[in-house]
Design a protein around this ligand. Structure first.
Ligand code: SF4
Length: 296
């Protein structure tokens, strides 16, 4: 039999038919498509996990100075504040870890683009923080990366994971959807609940534009990863509580794609609209000696 899938519905059908979690179906699908054996794939995923962990550790331990000098140190600030946080310690630590990865990225450090560099904080931030609290081991986390990968692959196949094509909904929204599904599986939820979590996460950033200040993946990207982490955690909790997305995941993905198409190009990574077009952003751009369309 084939483990190929293009949609959430097809993925769920395979999970049900084989009585497997999403991670196992994704692994079998990868083995079908790739020339590598299970051991090699496992080693690649283990390396991804180690890189993710390293980027979180470095980002939280050392103050990162971003290329522009505009940002850096916010991850440490939030981590230090986490015990007093209104949204609770775990969510704040996950958000801080997510920001840490983005700060490392903006400082030219090594990260895993999951699904992109601009949205690389959400998955490691949430998974590794919860792993500490719930004692999830690396084997569980590696499996969870396959679950996240399945969601990302479906979105990339049927819509987009690129800010230039679909706005930030396609980047940090996809990252939150991937993380939410992975968190549900790690927490013992069903594949169906994981898919609903992904739908909920994506729905709630529908229409989010890509408007990087001065064209740099710093502001608002770093903070959007923090909010993406909170989105993933709450979406996972909603699904684990038994709440379902009224609009099925596959339809949410298509809706997101259509919203991306409706977005003016000024709102898709060109740094000509949204926050990038504010007086402060224009002044920062000028100060940094960067030139853009809005300065013409
Ligand atoms: S604002 Fe644009 S560049 Fe920044 S994270 Fe979102 S999609 Fe990526």
């Amino acid at each position: 039999m084939s483990y190929e899938f293009r949609t959430g519905e097809e993925l769920l059908a395979l999970c049900k038919q084989e009585n497997l979690p999403i991670s196992a179906v994704m692994l079998k699908s990868e083995l079908e498509r790739e020339e590598h054996d299970a051991e090699t794939l496992h080693e690649e995923m283990r390396k991804n996990l180690l890189t993710m962990r390293h980027s979180v550790l470095i980002g939280l331990r050392d103050t990162q100075v971003t290329v522009s000098g505009l940002m850096g140190g916010d991850a440490e600030l939030l981590y230090a504040y986490a015990d007093k946080a209104l949204c609770g310690s775990r969510t704040s630590r996950a958000a801080a870890a997510s920001m840490a990865v983005l700060e490392v990225n903006a400082s030219m450090g090594k990260i895993v683009a999951a699904p992109t560099a601009g949205a690389s904080g959400v998955l490691p931030g949430t998974l590794l923080t919860c792993a500490e609290d719930f004692s999830w081991d690396d084997e569980m986390l590696i499996n969870a990366l396959y679950t996240a990968g399945a969601i990302g692959a479906i979105i990339a196949t049927n819509a987009s994971i690129s800010g230039a094509s679909g706005g930030c909904q396609a980047e940090t929204g996809s990252a939150a959807a991937m993380a939410a599904a992975a968190l549900v599986e790690l927490s013992g939820g069903t594949p169906e609940a994981a898919i609903h979590a992904a739908a909920i996460a994506l729905k709630n950033v529908m229409g989010l534009v890509c408007d990087p200040v001065a064209g740099l993946v710093e502001c608002p990207c770093i903070k959007r990863n923090a909010i993406g982490a909170a989105n993933a955690l709450l979406s996972a909790d909603l699904a684990l509580a038994g709440i379902r997305s009224v609009i099925p995941f596959d339809e949410v993905v298509i809706a997101m794609k259509n919203v991306g198409r409706l977005m003016n190009s000024d709102l898709r990574e060109t740094a000509r609209g949204g926050l990038a077009a504010t007086p402060t952003a224009k002044a920062l751009r000028k100060k940094l000696g960067l030139h853009g369309a809005e300065q013409e």
